[in-house]
Write a protein that binds this ligand. Structure first.
Ligand code: GDP
Length: 203
């Protein structure tokens, strides 16, 4: 068990180049902001290839998980995967992701609040646009699929990156923000979200 105050949980979100080009910066911020989370850092940046590679190297298990998932999805569609080696397949995906992420401006944000990681992943929706459910950002604004992306040898266009765990968020925020760019402040709305004692509302 991690000794961690979930009200202070932070999640790194990127509006990827497709989200920026499609005018979805404001809509994405609106959804995260209106659920009650607090924006503690924000910037627009054109990532370097090194920065993008660092971002997609945070999780040491990522290549095995992604490659295995990808092989399964090729087979589920009755197709033969280009390789049976999950790491080899994931490395090809990683190259495409790095090239995509560094192709243009990206908006990096750090959101804070109770269960920020889970809440943001719920609002963002599932990774593959084809199956991300309506009502989520990816479900509402994307039409891509892994097979279309793989066929074109490009990254899937799914608008957002969101941290998958507390450890991932900590490693990712160090890639995108200097400590002094992360603000510490109070929102008055936190009283209604978190305070046990609401005496004082009535006059
Ligand atoms: P996320 O946290 O929802 O973005 O998903 P992951 O961390 O599992 O994957 C990171 C990125 O890799 C995703 O946003 C996709 O662009 C890409 N990706 C993940 N799995 C696959 C896959 O099976 N096939 C392809 N083509 N891309 C994938």
């Amino acid at each position: 068990m991690i000794n961690y105050d979930s009200k202070q949980e932070q999640s790194l979100v990127l509006v990827k180049p497709d989200g920026v080009q499609r005018g979805l910066i404001g809509e994405s911020i609106r959804r995260y902001e209106q659920c009650g989370l607090k924006l503690v850092a924000l910037k627009i940046v054109i990532p370097t290839k090194e920065q993008a590679l660092a971002h997609y190297s945070v999780d040491p298990e990522w290549a095995v998980k992604t490659g295995t998932k990808s092989i399964e999805s090729w087979k589920a569609k009755g197709l033969t995967p280009p390789t049976e080696d999950p790491v080899e397949l994931a490395e090809a995906v990683r190259k495409q992701l790095v090239s995509f992420l560094s192709s243009g401006p990206v908006v990096a944000m750090l959101w804070q609040g109770m269960n920020a990681i889970g809440v943001i992943r719920k609002i963002t929706g599932g990774t593959e646009p084809l199956t991300s459910v309506p009502g989520t950002i990816r479900g509402d604004y994307t039409i891509d699929s892994y097979s279309a992306a793989d066929g074109d040898k490009r990254a899937v266009r799914n608008i957002i990156h969101a941290s998958g765990s507390v450890e991932e968020a900590k490693a990712e925020m160090a890639i995108w923000f200097k400590p002094e760019e992360i603000l510490s402040y109070r929102l008055v709305s936190e009283e209604i979200l978190y305070d046990v004692n609401l005496d004082g509302i009535l006059e």
